[in-house]
Design a protein around this ligand. Structure first.
Ligand SMILES: [Zn+2]
Ligand SMILES: [Zn+2]
Length: 349
């Protein structure tokens, strides 16, 4: 079969059209014919074998790809929840279901988490074998292309859930206009935010954000003043999402939030953030919350209902579709003018 591997601890991926067929399907697992898998910043880090990727302790060689959808073509022993023909999306996180966090109902922060496409063969392939516990059965005629975006959009959705307060009537600041930042902006808009501002250096992404109906600013000199002017009546923004992973992102946010404001951090930084606890957290009484992954399965359920009811359209975030053999182009697109890039195995045929 066709598949994309991270073969060893060096830069690059290996596309193979003679990858061995996977199998047999173990108990509690299903075989998926992959319909689409989206490419994300983590894939770029794995491709470059950057320090951020090395920190994941990859199990190599591994078939990469961790955001995707497909159709069940075979079920392993003991599987009752899924049947051949069911359409599913995959959560990239495979919890152990045995540790303390799993035992108290928080498998999304499992202490022994394995990640699809990093530790377990993933979704940049014609077929994948995944545990049933990492699948989300899609409702109705849910489009498989959009389903491949549920995992990354779920990161933003979970961010709004972790915020712990409503965005209705609030001004929302999003730093970082990559896919997760844009999803956070769109979900805030849908959630009734009075104003949403995205700070992003790439002009294409700013234009994309504006097409969603939100305001944008390029980072740099003058941003702090511009943000202050937009929220002067309340002394700052009510809530914010850090989705850039850039060390300056949190500084921008903590300066722009009003007293009593709240921020959820979604972006992963490869360097530590400087933080003035007295000035930024204590005196301003800011609530800062980290968010990891998606709630299993509340985040998935809520976001898929938003889509099913026509409130959220993920398809418009897909800017490119490529075959598995074009994986290097897909990776290059991540740092160019793009939003979500889908790898579609069918395009190689
Ligand atoms: Zn990802
Ligand atoms: Zn666990």
């Amino acid at each position: 079969m066709r598949a994309v591997y991270k073969s060893g601890p060096v830069e690059g991926f290996d596309y193979r059209d003679d990858a061995p067929a996977r199998g047999p399907v173990p108990a509690g697992h299903v075989r998926i014919a992959v319909a689409a898998a989206s490419v994300c910043g983590t894939d770029n880090a794995i491709h470059k074998f950057s320090p951020a990727a090395q920190a994941f302790n990859l199990r190599l060689p591994v078939i990469v790809g961790h955001e995707g959808s497909g159709t069940v073509v075979e079920v392993g022993p003991g599987v009752n929840a899924l049947a051949v023909g069911d359409r599913v999306a995959m959560d990239s996180h495979i919890p152990c279901l045995q540790c303390y966090q799993c035992s108290i109902g928080s498998p999304h922060i499992c202490e022994n988490m394995l990640l699809l496409g990093l530790h377990v063969d993933g979704l940049f392939a014609e077929e994948a074998i995944v545990p049933v516990s990492a699948t989300f059965k899609l409702p109705g005629d849910f489009p498989l292309d959009e389903a491949a975006l549920l995992e990354p959009a779920g990161v933003a959705m979970h961010g709004l859930q972790e915020l712990g307060r409503s965005v209705l009537g609030k001004r929302v600041l999003v730093v970082g206009g990559g896919p997760v930042g844009l999803f956070a902006a769109e979900l805030s808009r849908i959630g009734g935010a009075a104003k949403v501002v995205v700070v992003e250096p790439n002009a294409f992404r700013r234009e994309f954000a504006e097409s969603l109906g939100v305001s944008t600013l390029a980072p740099g000199e003058g941003v702090a003043d511009a943000l202050r002017a937009m929220s002067a009546d309340r002394g700052g923004f009510d809530v914010a999402f850090e989705a850039s992973g850039h060390p300056s992102g949190l500084v921008t946010i903590l300066d722009a939030l009003r007293v009593g404001g709240a921020v959820v951090t979604l972006g992963f930084s490869s360097t530590p953030h400087p933080l003035d606890v007295s000035e930024h957290l204590n005196r301003k009484a800011i609530t800062m919350k980290g968010s990891f992954g998606r709630l299993l399965w509340q985040t998935w359920d809520d976001i898929s209902v938003l889509i099913a009811e026509g409130r959220l359209e993920l398809g418009k975030f897909i800017t490119h579709r490529v075959g598995l053999s074009q994986i290097d182009e897909a990776i290059a697109l991540l740092t160019q003018d793009s939003c979500k890039v889908l790898v579609v195995p069918e395009l190689d045929a």
